[in-house]
Design a binder for this molecule. Structure first.
Ligand SMILES: Cc1cc2nc3c(=O)[nH]c(=O)nc-3n(C[C@H](O)[C@H](O)[C@H](O)COP(=O)(O)O)c2cc1C
Length: 250
């Protein structure tokens, strides 16, 4: 793959949540995992584990564990919050969660990706082995982030490698809200935690390739967080530039 093709792939690989029913051959899934295993990770400890979820009963159980988090997410998003942000307005979050039942009713009336999660062609549970995470911020007060950074690049590589096979997919995290139950469902030993579910399949419709993201200037400064905005003169008329956007996801 040339550099340009790689850049294009990085700029245009969006979330795919609607799939055709065609199965994904095991050979294809194997190739995807075989490519993704080269993802970067702390100290090359490769702490990821993957469980291919095939049993309809387990899949249904996973779906059932996904839904409560999903409706909580929708309720918080509808209230204009970033769901589960570590720094947030706790009162506003509590108020927002009052709408969870309403979201569940709407979901039951119009089933979408979440309600039909058990039907996706490929469903992977991705787990992290806590003995193999170089979590350098483990002992810091506050919110620890670094451990996940040894697993999520692998997940992104799964999604990029899937695209290279003509497939689409999405990383999801709602089941992590029900960690004990999902661990029990997939028989995870004590040292493994579930960090994501990945759905893959043939996209039902051509996925949008124009993704909404903020511009570089919105998140990059020089020297300090309050330093000058990092930018270059592109010669473009700022009015012609894509509007900044925060995709809300589904
Ligand atoms: C850490 C992480 C967690 C996510 N969790 C979910 C999820 O639980 N359910 C879901 O439908 N999408 C989930 N997504 C997908 C995001 O919603 C998606 O990447 C984002 O909205 C951008 O979509 P786009 O690439 O199509 O523009 C997650 C993505 C990431 C990176």
């Amino acid at each position: 793959m040339s550099i340009v093709e790689l850049r294009e792939a990085l700029r245009t690989t969006g979330a795919v949540r609607r799939f055709r029913s065609d199965p994904v051959p095991d050979e294809t899934l194997y190739r995807i995992l075989d490519t993704a295993r080269f993802a970067p990770n702390g100290g090359n400890r490769q702490g990821w584990r993957v469980v291919v979820l095939r049993d309809p009963v387990v899949r249904r159980g996973v779906r059932d564990l996904y839904l409560p988090g999903w409706y909580e997410y929708l309720a918080m998003r509808a209230a204009g919050l970033t769901p589960w942000a570590p720094v947030t307005d706790a009162d506003a979050e509590r108020r927002a969660l009052g709408a969870v039942a309403e979201m569940a009713t709407a979901g039951a009336a119009r089933p979408g990706f979440a309600e039909e999660l058990d039907q996706v062609p490929v469903l992977l549970a991705v787990l992290a082995d806590l003995r193999r995470l170089a979590a350098v911020d483990r002992d810091n007060p506050g919110y620890a982030m670094v451990g996940g950074a040894s697993i999520y690049p692998f997940v992104w590589s799964v999604l990029l490698a899937a695209r290279d096979e003509g497939l689409g997919g999405v990383m999801t995290t709602m089941v992590v809200r029900r960690q004990d139950a999902i661990r029990a469902l997939v028989h995870a030993p004590a040292e493994l935690v579930v960090v994501a579910l990945v759905a893959l399949g043939s996209p039902e419709v051509p996925p949008p390739t124009r993704l909404r993201r903020d511009r570089v200037e919105a998140f990059t400064t020089v020297d300090t967080c309050d330093g000058a905005i990092f930018t270059i003169d592109t010669g473009e008329n700022p009015r012609d530039l894509e509007p900044a956007g925060r995709g809300t996801g589904r």
